[in-house]
Design a protein around this ligand. Structure first.
Ligand code: SAM
Length: 271
């Protein structure tokens, strides 16, 4: 896909998803976000960048480790995500954080200005993840660390048919290389190529638990990356894609609900 188009699909798709994101994804992504923060081992006074911060789920958790002198900048390509994160910060009277709309491949931030860069479940959506990692490397000070989590291998993610199902009804693919970073060694190779050393990788499995089909559909279509395409579908197409998605996860049905397997890959590297 043409990179500019992919960025627009992401930007305006996540604008649409922002109102539903936490409802459908907070609980499901917590194990990956918690492990990311464990690996980051943040210390009081550190200066942290959270790339593709969304509504700030990781940013606000990170701030609890940074003491009075720590600072955090959160960046995301979606204006609406940044608005939400900023309004949470205002509501919490949290003045150690600043949120700004920014493309991860073109960070408007100074070289060597952060101790730590975090990026939770954002790198898969970027047209050139390697470029984004190079940007993270550039803004880290020497010795600084980048910690990233992405979704794992396609055949370890039971919900993976979602992209194909949506792509059958839209002219362009929503997320062409989504699962590439989850393949064995790929994240590590990308870290190396971006200049990181002392790289460590962890792979964990998870279960996405939905109480009913409404929850499974909301997470897949309203709260995630296909939201832009989905919002353009008429009611008949929506019914078709719902049926196709539920049939693709039927093997994971548990009573009224679903327990869909998933996998996350985490990596840490030092500048
Ligand atoms: C699944 S959400 C993750 C949000 C947050 N990190 C969390 O863990 O809850 C993915 C985020 O990536 C952002 N994103 C996608 N492409 C991006 C890009 N090129 N630059 C910056 N952010 C991007 C989206 O706008 C969205 O907010």
């Amino acid at each position: 896909m043409e990179p500019g188009l992919q960025r627009r699909v992401q930007r305006y798709g996540w604008d649409k998803a922002s109102a539903y994101y936490e409802t459908f994804w907070h609980r499901q992504l917590k194990p990956a976000q918690d492990l990311l923060l464990d690996m980051a081992d943040l210390r009081p006074g550190e200066n942290v960048l959270d790339v593709a911060c969304g509504t700030g789920l990781v940013s606000f958790q990170a701030l609890t480790k940074l003491g009075n002198d720590g600072r955090l900048v959160g960046t995301d390509i979606s204006e609406k995500m940044i608005e939400k994160a900023s309004s949470f910060a205002e509501h919490k009277k949290e003045y150690r954080v600043k949120f700004e709309r920014m493309d991860a491949e073109d960070l408007k931030l100074k070289d060597g200005s952060f101790d730590v860069v975090l990026c939770a479940l954002g790198l898969m959506y970027m047209p050139n993840p390697q470029k984004a990692l190079e940007e993270m490397h550039r803004v880290l000070m020497p010795g600084g660390r980048a910690v990233i989590v992405v979704w794992g291998q396609r055949d370890h993610c039971g919900w993976s048919d979602i992209f194909e199902i949506v792509d059958q009804h839209v002219a362009s693919e929503v997320c062409p290389m989504f699962f590439n970073l989850g393949n064995p060694n790929i994240l590590e190779l990308n870290f190396k190529a971006a200049g990181f050393s002392a790289i460590r990788v962890k792979r964990i499995t998870t279960l996405l638990s939905y109480n009913d089909s409404r929850e499974a559909l909301g997470a897949a279509f309203e709260g995630g990356p296909v939201a832009l395409a989905y919002n353009k579908f008429n009611e008949d197409v929506k019914k078709d894609v719902h049926a196709a998605y539920l049939s693709s996860i039927d093997q994971f049905r548990k009573g009224e609900g679903y327990e869909v397997p998933g996998e996350f890959v985490l990596a840490i590297g030092i500048r």
